[in-house]
Design a protein around this ligand. Structure first.
Ligand code: CDP
Length: 208
């Protein structure tokens, strides 16, 4: 079974994907980490984030494991990731590895922006996770505070809105719900509530 989870920044898709993967015993790939790691590789190499040739090379050089999540999860890297993610050559460089992950024998759970539309349009279950920008900014603020990062709610809300616009507005693989995706609005749900709702969507999709 392939489960595709897409949605905007801080919608809770990562947590849901992890929980669903654990529940069904499936491998999980957070595809946002690939874009974050590409951005980090550029920064570490002293290259500009809009250097498409260097970004493509960085993307091709990534290993899907061994991500240094402590460096990748910060606020700045999310912003940098969305800048490299607009470049068609970067996206093309990352497609094959993501498709190979989705093609694992027992299936997989992948979360990102274009899983149900581009990476795994054949997925058995597609969930588009959303929440209001204010809710998402609050969640991200909490997450960053837990990591010990300074938290400025207004700046985070601004980030969320800017990133939504950039991710939805880009020419290649924009953030978009697949026509056959179930939308799950988690604005009024806690993690348990969101997980129960996601599980219900999966069970419904699995029924013949
Ligand atoms: O956790 P959050 O949703 O803030 O970020 P993420 O999922 O790690 O993604 C960071 C950025 O990578 C996004 O803003 C997108 O621009 C890009 N991305 C993408 O273009 N396609 C994906 N499948 C996953 C992430």
């Amino acid at each position: 079974m392939i489960i595709a989870i897409d949605g905007p920044a801080a919608s809770g898709k990562g947590t849901l994907a992890r929980r669903l993967a654990a529940h069904f015993g499936l491998p999980h790939l957070d595809t946002g980490l690939l874009y974050r790691a590409t951005a980090l590789a550029l920064i570490d190499a002293g290259r500009r984030l809009d250097d498409e040739a260097a970004a493509e090379a960085a993307a091709r050089g990534l290993a899907l494991t061994d991500f240094d999540e402590s460096r990748l999860r910060g606020r700045e890297m999310g912003e940098a990731a969305s800048l490299v993610a607009v470049m068609p050559r970067v996206r093309a460089a990352l497609v094959e590895a993501q498709r190979a992950f989705a093609a694992r024998p027992d299936g997989a759970v992948l979360d990102g922006r274009d899983i149900g539309t581009v990476i795994a349009p054949q997925a058995d279950v597609k969930i588009f996770v959303t929440a209001s920008p204010e809710t998402r900014a609050q969640r991200r603020a909490l997450e960053l505070a837990r990591r010990g990062e300074p938290v400025d709610y207004a700046a985070i809300l601004d980030d969320v809105r800017k990133r939504d616009a950039r991710d939805a507005g880009r020419a290649v693989a924009p953030l978009l719900a697949a026509a056959d995706a179930a939308t799950l609005d988690t604005s009024a749900l806690d993690i348990e509530g969101a997980f129960a709702a996601a599980l219900a969507i999966v069970e419904r999709a699995r029924k013949p």
